[in-house]
Each structure stands twice: as structure tokens, then as C-alpha cells.
Design a protein around this ligand. Structure first.
Ligand SMILES: C[S@@+](CC[C@H](N)C(=O)[O-])C[C@H]1O[C@@H](n2cnc3c(N)ncnc32)[C@H](O)[C@@H]1O
Length: 243
């Protein structure tokens, strides 16, 4: 059964204004997807407020279908954009998609079974030769937690504890513009576990894309912050194909 807790999207959106990870994620996704969206039907899984939908249209998507288990997430009015209130746990469509985007969504799965159900349903929603782009936080304990001060500065921080393993809970704090944290719990899965899950769901050619960084971000944010985002990389973009 899907767990439908209301994700604090408002605070998340405020944190994102200071979060270089968002810029890295957007640039990396844009770079990886730029030749794959023209004329395509795109499913935006867990679209939230639809932050990336305009990007998909700018890259030539013919249609974007956003789903989220919270209702009324995106404004409609653009004939190329549709929204449906659905959970990844029980979504079914009467059409197939060329591309699925799943951006910072599946780490809210409570355990491996939920993760596999969501990824399998995304696989079913795709046409043969369809492509999945899936962003998740890189859950390696080597990353260590940022200090509270850095969290306030950057908009969020994950709280790592020693000895985390697959399925363990991990907290993330999102900070609003006044520096007040809101806690959210997500599940720790290793990169190999995500890869195994994509394969088990039927995806092939599963790979992780190198993050894209713009030189000007080093002067804007400081080299130390950029290095903190990349060594090791905070987030992982998987690309996988339905053959
Ligand atoms: C971190 S937000 C990301 C939103 C958007 N993809 C972005 O990157 O801006 C996660 C979103 O996924 C939605 N979500 C989480 N689990 C879901 C599920 N099982 N089915 C549908 N939506 C889900 C939440 O309601 C939330 O809007």
C-alpha cells in the first residue's frame, strides 16, 4: 500500500532556491535528455509543482503528463500538459510514454518492495525503446552530514548516521528562507540496489551519468561548496532503457 504522506513541497521549493544541487541536477538532466525529447510523450512521475516541465517542453516534448499522489500540483491550461493524481504504486495508463522522468521521488519508498513496485509500474508505462531518467540522492555514508550552519546556507542537509544499510531510514532537513528546518524521512538505498531494482523491473543498459558543472558556479558559490557537492557526488542520475 502506498504511503501518502504530504511531502513539504513549499519548504523544499524555498530550499531549492539556495541549493546548487538543483542547478547541477537540472543541467545534468538537460544535457542527458536534450536529444531524446523532441516530439516525444513524457511522463513526469512525482512531478510535484512541475519544476522541470517547462524544460521538457523547451527540449521539444510534444506532451507532458505529470502525476503525483498529492492533488492539484501543477496548473493546467497548456494543452501540451496534463496532470493526474496517481501513486506510482497503482498507476496505469491507457497510453504509453516514450520517456519517463522520475526526479527525486523513489527514495520515499519505504522498502525495496515498494521501490520495485514503483519502478516496475514506470517500466510498464513506457513503450518499447522507452527511456527512464531517474534522479536519486547518492546514499553513501561516506558523504557525512553537513553542519546545521551549512544546511541553513544551502537549503537542506541529510543526516547520515554510521552503519546505514539498505532500507534504513535517513532524515533530511529542508530549511525555509528564515532557516527553520522541516524534517522528512527517506530511505537509504545503495547505488547497486537501485541498479538491481531497475534490472529486476525489466530495464536494460542502466547507467549513471556524470554530473555537469558550470565554471561560473565555482565563483558564484565558492569552490569549497562545489567540491562538497561533487566529492562524492550528492545525487545520481540513472538512465535506463526498456528494450
Ligand atoms: C522531492 S519532490 C520532487 C518533485 C519534482 N519531481 C521535482 O524534482 O521538483 C517528490 C514528489 O514526489 C511525490 N511522490 C512521492 N512518492 C510518490 C508516489 N509513490 N507516487 C506519486 N507521487 C509520489 C511527492 O508528493 C512529491 O511531490
Amino acid at each position: 500500500m502506498a504511503s501518502k504522506e504530504a511531502f513539504p513541497l513549499g519548504v523544499y521549493a524555498q530550499g531549492q532556491t539556495r541549493w546548487l544541487g538543483k542547478r547541477i541536477a537540472r543541467e545534468t538532466l538537460w544535457n542527458a535528455a536534450k536529444n531524446k525529447l523532441r516530439g516525444k510523450r513524457v511522463l513526469d512521475v512525482g512531478c510535484g509543482y512541475g519544476h522541470y516541465i517547462q524544460d521538457f517542453l523547451n527540449l521539444g516534448a510534444a506532451e507532458v503528463y505529470g502525476i503525483d499522489y498529492l492533488d492539484n500540483m501543477i496548473e493546467q491550461g497548456n494543452e501540451k500538459v496534463c496532470f493526474e493524481c496517481l501513486s506510482t504504486h497503482d498507476m496505469k495508463f491507457d497510453k504509453e510514454f516514450d520517456v519517463a522522468m522520475c526526479i527525486f521521488v523513489i527514495m520515499w519508498s519505504k522498502n525495496y518492495e515498494e521501490l520495485l513496485t514503483s519502478v516496475s509500474n514506470v517500466h510498464k508505462a513506457l513503450k518499447p525503446n522507452g527511456v527512464l531518467f531517474c534522479y536519486v540522492p547518492n546514499c553513501v555514508a561516506e558523504l557525512k552530514s553537513w553542519s546545521e550552519e551549512d544546511g541553513v546556507k544551502y537549503g537542506y542537509r541529510r543526516l547520515f548516521t554510521d552503519g546505514l544499510d539498505d532500507g534504513d531510514k535517513m532524515n533530511v532537513h529542508f530549511y525555509d528562507l528564515k532557516g527553520k528546518p522541516t524534517n522528512w524521512e527517506m530511505t537509504f538505498f545503495r547505488q547497486e540496489t537501485y541498479e538491481r531494482c531497475f534490472e529486476e523491473a525489466g530495464f536494460r543498459n542502466v547507467r549513471v551519468v556524470d554530473p555537469v558543472i558550470r565554471d561560473e558556479w565555482r565563483s558564484e558559490f565558492g569552490a569549497e561548496y562545489v567540491d562538497k557537492m561533487l566529492n562524492p557526488t550528492r545525487d545520481l542520475l540513472f538512465v535506463a532503457e526498456k528494450l
